[in-house]
Design a protein around this ligand. Structure first.
Ligand code: ASP
Length: 435
């Protein structure tokens, strides 16, 4: 039995946080693989190393003097080394990196140095072998993970070292060039390593005590979720809940490895367990999430209901512009296509013109400023009255529902409301089901 433990940027922001990580790792014998993000913010006004590195790259590319940004980056590493009294000659390594910087420095490589050096420091502090992610997380040239090669490399290293630390957020292409994941990607690194090594658990240590039932910027002190299924989490994070990187669940779900979300600053808090099946049925709904700024294209045509191929003609237009579709609510002689506004902002008129051309005799209307709110819960399935209650409380709050969708697994109910009703919608559902 062994665990992959991933620590996020806030858990590594300072020497103080490094000490907490060491306390957690050394409190048991099973945290054999440790994954780290780059040092994050020490306080609200501070900057994340990753952001500074992106900024450094922009300075280099546009040939703007970069001394100030460089100094901020260097000082973060040197301060941690000094306060923890580490031996690693990080100054020398940073000097070497600095001497290679130019307009042509590869962005992925440069930005990955945040997790690289954070892991090097932590490696000495924990006494864990540093293994570079470029030798473990192996991508194909198209950016997909080479699962077989990754598994092989991870197991060879793990067998050799027993306890190892790996920087998150990047891997390498077959030619060894660094490939960065998308922002927050260290979560995915941890998940890939848990699957490849066959860990019993994947612990994700962060600065909140688990996944919350709703966004704390909207609901004051929302309740925490103690158990959630992979699919529920996927629904919530797709709809904007921001605890884990959206792609984190896939590798561990394949291998049925539970994810534990824990708080580095309050390790005794229960946190959240994410797994395939959950037995807790004390709450009907598991969580509420949502996103603003959707646009709906509504296509009408007389007697559309008797025709074949109208929807596919409309979808072909969205396909042509590579626009991802969120929902397609249908009526009898009309249907709507709901997409994220940012995806159509610049091509709105082209899309409307193409829709009119592709579907002769149609009328197309556009409405933007729509927010989608998803109520997610495995315990809602086959229970009559839940959607009625949701629509009832929204109606009682004086909010007009513009659209309704329910996935066929009955795992979620989605309502579309105006952007300005977004927060009020979430509050009324939360109050009715949770308070
Ligand atoms: N350091 C990277 C970021 O800020 C990756 C991560 O933290 O997971 O996005």
């Amino acid at each position: 039995m062994f665990v992959v433990a991933k620590f996020g940027g806030s858990s590594l922001a300072s020497a103080e946080q490094f000490k907490k990580v060491k306390g957690i790792v050394s409190s048991s014998d099973v945290r054999n693989i440790v994954v780290v993000s780059a040092a994050g913010k020490r306080n609200k006004a501070d900057s994340k190393l990753t952001d500074l590195l992106f900024l450094l790259h922009a300075h280099l590319r546009y040939s703007v003097p970069y001394e100030n940004v460089w100094n901020l980056i260097e000082t973060r590493f040197l301060d941690i080394k000094k306060e923890l009294d580490l031996k690693i000659d990080i100054k020398q390594e940073l000097e070497e990196l600095k001497s290679t910087l130019s307009k042509d420095t590869n962005e992925d490589f440069l930005v990955s140095r945040g997790e690289y050096f954070t892991a090097r420091l932590m490696s000495e502090y924990l006494g864990y072998q540093f293994v570079d992610a470029k030798d473990l997380i192996l991508f194909n040239y198209d950016g997909t993970l080479n699962q077989e090669k990754t598994k092989e490399a991870v197991n060879i290293a793990f067998k050799k070292y027993g306890k190892m630390i790996v920087p998150g957020f990047y891997g390498a292409y077959p030619d060894g060039q660094i490939h960065l994941l998308s922002r927050g990607g260290s979560d995915v690194t941890g998940s890939i390593l848990a699957q490849a090594s066959g860990a019993t658990k994947y612990e994700n240590w962060t600065d909140v005590s688990g996944v919350l039932m709703a966004d704390p910027r909207i609901i004051e002190n929302p309740k925490g979720i103690t158990q959630i299924t992979y699919s529920e989490l996927r629904e919530l994070s797709y709809m904007g809940a921001s605890v884990l990187h959206q792609e984190t669940v896939f590798p561990v779900q394949q291998a049925n490895i539970p994810i534990y979300i824990k708080n580095t600053n309050k390790p005794e808090d229960e946190g959240t367990i994410i797994q395939e099946n959950c037995d807790d049925d004390s709450q009907i709904i598991t969580g509420i999430a949502g996103k603003k700024n959707f646009t709906s294209f509504t296509i009408y045509r007389d007697q559309m209901s008797n025709e074949v191929g109208v929807i596919s003609a409309a979808l072909a237009v969205f396909d042509k512009y590579k626009i991802s579709i969120e929902h397609i609510p249908t009526g009898i002689d009309n249907f709507s296509v709901v997409v994220e506004s940012k995806d159509v902002e610049k091509i709105l008129y082209d899309v409307v013109a193409d829709l009119r051309n592709n579907i002769s005799g149609s009328t197309v209307t556009v409405e933007d400023g729509i927010a989608l709110v998803a109520v997610v819960g495995r315990n809602m399935a086959s229970k009559p009255g839940i959607s009625g209650k949701i629509f009832g409380v929204i109606g009682n709050a004086g909010i007009n529902i513009k659209m309704i969708a329910q996935g066929s697994q009955e795992l979620n109910i989605i309502v579309g409301v105006l952007n300005e009703d977004f927060e009020k919608t979430i509050k009324s559902i939360y109050d009715a089901f949770v308070k």
